[in-house]
Write a protein of this length. Structure first.
Length: 448
């Protein structure tokens, strides 16, 4: 530890940002002087347990203290905070891994894969908005955006080149593989794609991305937003999740989702191996419950569901299809793209749920059913009925009901975590249902 501390000191690091993630998916933590690195790596930085949102810890007693125990391999100097290095922490209470800690939940979910020598590889494609305040309103940061369909537009994209390049450079200096950046489907909306890494590292990188994106946006006088659907008439922010499963390490790793012929040659005629299909089958079987983790806010359901307005191709029905961007799971060769999540999802809980659902599919050899090759966003109700497709939940309340009833996911995530997650999300739903909106006042104030 002394050698590590000296190396960091020589790099100009004087402070550690000890960071953990709460149930909502927000980064939390504190500054700790580098001199106390040993404490962070052993006991962990201490926090008042009752102040940790979603922890349900008491104010007194042995379990009143939350310890964020840093992982030495996660230490990264932050380019946007000179002299500061982030260290990712796992949650501990009473010197035991904390059941309701999201990162610990993902560790538990991945353990059965590791026992088989398997590694889940995940690449994220989050969309986000760059906004600015105009009086009481939030509007796109680029005041000159006028296009009805700005996807991939090369007139507006360069106007945010300064921010986008600074964000990319900061992430690359932290070892993150940024594949591409682009203008997405709404004014002020952009997308960044990350190269695939192991699932735990993927979640850690997403939290790093959020911290960098917020900080650099503030420096540019903008507001970075992962709100799923900030504008009713515009697309929501998706977060597509590319998933593959491998066995072994390095160049010797074998893709378990790649289909093969009897002679061992790669089968180019099918997208997924039987193992891959069973994994997808598990995800489809648990999709309603997964929705609570992948689309965890009231606003998420303005993006999902049959009454959604505005452009966008968020899935409405639980189905899979070869290169079908309207299906909940888009299958590709040797991997699949999960299109349910939005950018507000807690990455640890989202991936823990994905793993638990996929493992259930493998254990029970679940068949995902036939590929769906039609456009599900334009398909008439009669066709949907003939295909016997289930709709995704239409509200956060429906998704929470499904999660509570899903014994497989509850066990994988831990009953304590699910209980607390559902509790704080039902409070969010109740607060939303009590709120009287401007639309309601305009429509009903003098209507009767």
């Amino acid at each position: 530890m002394r050698d590590l501390r000296e190396r960091l000191k020589k790099q100009g690091i004087h402070t550690l940002l000890v960071q953990f993630t709460d149930l909502h998916g927000a980064a939390r933590g504190k500054f700790v002087p580098l001199a106390h690195l040993d404490d962070v790596l052993t006991d962990g930085a201490g926090f008042a347990g009752s102040a940790v949102w979603g922890g349900a810890l008491p104010r007194t007693g042995q379990r009143a203290r939350y310890h964020a125990r840093g992982q030495a391999t996660s230490i990264l100097a932050l380019p946007w905070l000179p002299g500061v290095a982030r260290i990712v922490a796992d949650g501990f209470v009473a010197n035991e891994p904390f059941d309701a800690d999201p990162r610990q939940a993902l560790r538990r979910a991945l353990a059965p894969l590791a026992a088989q020598g398997w590694h889940l590889r995940v690449g994220l494609e989050p969309e986000f908005f760059l906004l600015r305040r105009e009086g009481e309103l939030l509007v796109p940061a680029d005041a000159h955006e006028r296009l009805d369909k700005p996807s991939y537009d090369l007139k507006t994209l360069p106007r945010q080149a300064g921010y986008l390049h600074e964000l990319r450079e900061a992430l690359e200096r932290c070892g993150v593989d940024v594949l591409q950046l682009e203008h997405a489907g709404g004014p002020g909306q952009y997308q960044i794609d990350f190269g695939p890494v192991d699932a735990l590292a993927c979640a850690d990188q997403f939290m790093l991305f959020k911290q960098a994106a917020h900080a650099i946006a503030q420096q540019h006088g903008m507001l970075f937003s992962l709100m799923p659907k900030p504008f009713a008439e515009q697309p929501g922010s998706d977060m597509h999740v590319h998933v593959s499963l491998r066995e072994g390490e390095g160049v010797d790793a074998v893709s378990l989702f790649t289909p093969h012929l009897p002679d061992g040659a790669v089968d180019r005629g099918r997208p997924l191996s039987l193992m891959g299909r069973h994994f997808v089958g598990g995800m489809l079987a648990h999709s309603a419950a997964l929705c609570a983790l992948a689309a965890p806010t009231v606003n998420s359901y303005k993006r999902l569901g049959p009454t959604t307005y505005g452009a966008g191709d968020a899935p409405k029905f639980i189905a899979h299809g070869l290169d079908n961007r309207t299906a909940l799971v888009r299958t590709l060769h040797g991997l699949f793209e999960w299109r349910l999540p939005d950018a507000s999802a807690n990455p640890y809980l989202m991936l823990a749920g994905l793993v638990a659902a996929g493992l259930d599919g493998l254990e029970r050899r679940l068949d995902p059913g036939p590929d769906v090759d039609l456009d599900l966003l334009d398909a008439p109700p009669q066709v949907i009925s003939e295909l016997a497709l289930r709709a995704v939940p239409h509200s956060l309340a429906q998704a929470l009901d499904a999660l509570e009833a899903d014994e497989i996911l509850v066990k994988a995530l831990s009953p304590a975590l699910v209980h607390e997650f559902v509790r704080i999300k039902r409070e969010e739903w109740a607060e939303y249902t009590r709120h009287v909106s401007a639309w309601e006042l305009e429509r009903y104030a003098d209507a009767f």
